[in-house]
Design a protein around this ligand. Structure first.
Ligand code: HXC
Length: 262
């Protein structure tokens, strides 16, 4: 795909939408057009009944996303600076709230807004050459696409503070050690591994998967008591589905379930 056409690709195969940030000459940096295109790609995936899982990755072998576009940010003042932050945050919220699971396939640099993009996904697999960091303070700004909020929630305040305040980069091994990514793979095995995991999710009851994600996502914003109440409500809702009856009947009949998403 040429840079003038589109900066985001979407391919759908076997229930998996692979969304690719495709601006390799700028190491897939996010300008506002690319943010908008990513939003459209996620909306397409959300409303496409053929799609059960989304994989998000970057084009090329060097970068997932090297951050927000610094040339664009260099022109911002107070008001449009705030808007740039809000625009990116809206996309990250859309990804986080996507009813279908979203796996980040981090295939190289994931810096600044790129790291924040990966953080908005449900979980992350990384290639061995992946590099993570929030270098914003070195540019005289702070992370603005949600990094100050999502990184501490994922890896703990101390580790997040160190990364955010020093702007230091970490490699894939360190990202694995601190729980920023779930797996590290040779580059050529990254997408196949993501697809295998997506396939495992697709074999489960789609409504159950959706409600489980919602329970975790919404629950993380609530007190334990409120979260447990949410879980019970969703559990009750799930118990009204044909999929639940099919899943349990199949177990008792010692066969594989055939879920319909109903
Ligand atoms: C704009 C970028 C870019 C970025 C790379 N490029 N990252 N352009 N914004 N974030 C461009 C380079 O200018 C260059 O363009 C081309 O991509 C290749 O990059 P090089 O620097 O030549 O590659 P290399 O020497 O291998 O270094 C790779 C790199 C470095 C370490 C990833 O590019 C880098 O440090 N990039 C910036 C990373 C960063 O600071 N990200 C955070 C941005 S702030 P030309 O035209 O010269 O070939 C942010 C804030 C989010 O994300 C919140 C906003 C509200």
């Amino acid at each position: 795909m040429s840079e003038t056409d589109s900066n985001v690709g979407i391919e759908i195969e076997a229930g998996i939408a692979t969304i690719t940030v495709d601006r390799p000459k700028k190491l897939n940096a996010l300008d506002n057009d690319t943010l908008e295109e990513l939003g459209e790609a996620f909306q397409d995936a959300i409303f496409d009944d053929e799609v059960g899982v989304v994989i998000l990755t970057g084009a090329g072998e060097k970068a997932f996303v090297a951050g927000a576009d610094i040339e664009m940010l260099s022109r911002q003042g107070v008001l449009d600076g705030k808007q740039n932050s809000l625009l990116g945050q809206d996309l990250m919220d859309l990804i986080e709230d996507c009813p279908k699971p979203v796996i980040a396939a981090v295939n190289g640099f994931a810096l600044g807004g790129g790291c924040e993009l990966a953080l908005a996904c449900d979980f992350r697999y990384a290639s061995e050459n992946a590099v993570f960091g929030l270098p914003e303070v070195g540019l005289g700004i702070l992370p603005g696409y949600g990094g100050t909020q999502r990184l501490p929630r994922l890896v703990g305040t101390g580790r997040a503070m160190e990364m955010i305040l020093t702007g230091a980069r970490i490699d894939a091994g360190e990202a694995l050690r601190i729980g920023l990514v779930n797996r590290v793979l040779p580059l050529g095995e990254l997408l196949p591994a993501c697809r295998e995991t997506a396939g495992a999710i697709l074999s489960k009851g789609p409504l159950a998967v959706q409600m489980a994600k919602e329970a975790v996502r919404r629950g993380s914003l609530l007190s334990l008591k409120e979260g447990l109440a949410l879980e019970a409500d969703l559990f009750g809702l799930c118990s009204a589905t044909e999929d639940m009856r099919e899943g349990m009947k199949a177990f008792l009949e010692k066969r594989k379930p055939e879920f319909k998403g109903a």
